[in-house]
Design a protein around this ligand. Structure first.
Ligand code: 5GP
Ligand code: MN
Length: 334
């Protein structure tokens, strides 16, 4: 990170910090935000975490998750946290558009902004940037950041639990994005008291019966396989959301099941939201879904995990998705 010395000087005085992460926050968004928040509190700062929309239930156990300001639910408190901040951290996103109204508040603030993120094509809205697209997760980068500040001694089991959660969820339990450095980081977290098995149980083995049935519905009734393009698609309509009472978070991870099928290299979960159609894309190997999301669905993300949106209806969006597949046929059949 450039100007680290300046940031260290800022942090040598107690600050009012706002930590912001992205809409539909996942394990890495919440884990990195709460992990950094605990660390900064231990370092003497006053910290608030703000996200645009609700986090899924499987993260509710995390330390201080109850104290997160969710803009959709409490816009005044969230706005105030950002307006009064003397230092702002933006975690796990790299474009202010990803945080809607919260992004406007960040743009309007005079406080210095720090961005810590691992997505491709970071935009330049922050004075201090720790961006590494080879990192498994933002949580891995928060760990690095704590050591860059020379404050590794503050890393306690609670902070470690938060960081381990984001690493676990963003790597799909070490399936997607690993490096020797990541395993060294995780080894250090375990040495510092993180109980990895407890966290795996909290994160993965707490599904409700209804959620398992929704997964069954997606796989049994809403899955389409296109063998000629090595592609699997799952679609959910607004009616599905209403009749099965599907809530945000209930479909977390559904898209990954498609990649478990032999021969499937590209997976799409396409679902109707109240005003838009959202796409979650996943791939194996060299197929770049980030590029696909960026080119065709105003989105982005990582090479093997990306997302975007469409302003057409569900069937038109699915048609559009199928129409672009021939462009990728060579890679899909390779
Ligand atoms: P998911 O499919 O789990 O919602 O998202 C997968 C990845 O793509 C995440 O890293 C997420 O940040 C990114 N992503 C999802 N939706 C969007 C989007 O609309 N725009 C951008 N730029 N990235 C997205
Ligand atoms: Mn992430």
């Amino acid at each position: 990170m450039e100007n680290l010395a300046t940031l260290k000087r800022i942090l040598s005085i107690p600050q009012d910090v706002a930590i912001i992460s992205h809409r539909n926050p996942d394990g890495d968004a919440i884990g990195s935000s709460l992990g950094l928040s605990l660390f900064l509190q231990r370092d003497g700062h006053n910290v608030k975490v703000v996200v645009p929309s609700e986090y899924p239930d499987f993260l509710a156990w995390m330390p201080q998750a109850d104290d997160i300001h969710i803009y959709d639910n409490e816009p005044e408190a969230a706005t105030w946290a950002i307006e009064k901040a003397t230092l702002i951290f933006c975690l796990d996103f790299n474009s202010l558009e990803r945080v809607d109204k919260v992004g406007e508040l960040v743009a309007a603030s005079r406080a210095p902004v720090v961005m810590i993120d691992h997505h491709l094509f970071p935009e330049s809205f922050a004075e201090y940037v720790l961006s590494d697209t080879t990192a498994s997760s933002t949580c891995e980068l928060i760990y690095d950041f704590i050591y860059l500040l020379g404050q590794g001694q503050l890393l306690d089991p609670q902070i470690g639990d938060c960081l381990f959660t984001g690493i676990l969820t963003d790597t799909g339990s070490f399936k997607y994005s690993n490096s020797p450095k990541l395993f060294r980081t995780v080894a250090n977290l375990l040495e510092r008291g993180v109980d990895d098995l407890r966290i795996q149980n909290l994160v993965f083995n707490t599904m409700e019966e209804k959620q398992l049935r929704i997964l069954g519905h997606c796989l049994y009734n809403r899955m389409e396989i296109l063998p000629e393009f090595s592609t699997g698609i799952i679609t959910l309509t607004k009616d599905d959301y209403a009749t099965l009472d599907i809530k945000r978070g209930d479909t977390e991870g559904v898209v990954n099941f498609l990649l478990m099928m032999r021969g499937v290299k590209l997976a799409a979960f396409i679902h109707e939201q109240p005003t838009i159609v959202k796409l979650s894309l996943r791939s194996k190997g060299d197929i770049d879904v980030q590029e696909m999301a960026r080119q065709h669905f105003r989105g982005g993300g990582h090479k093997n995990a990306a997302g975007g949106a469409s302003f057409h209806n569900l069937s038109a969006t699915v048609r559009r998705f199928k129409e672009i597949l021939p462009q990728y046929q060579e890679q899909l059949q390779g």
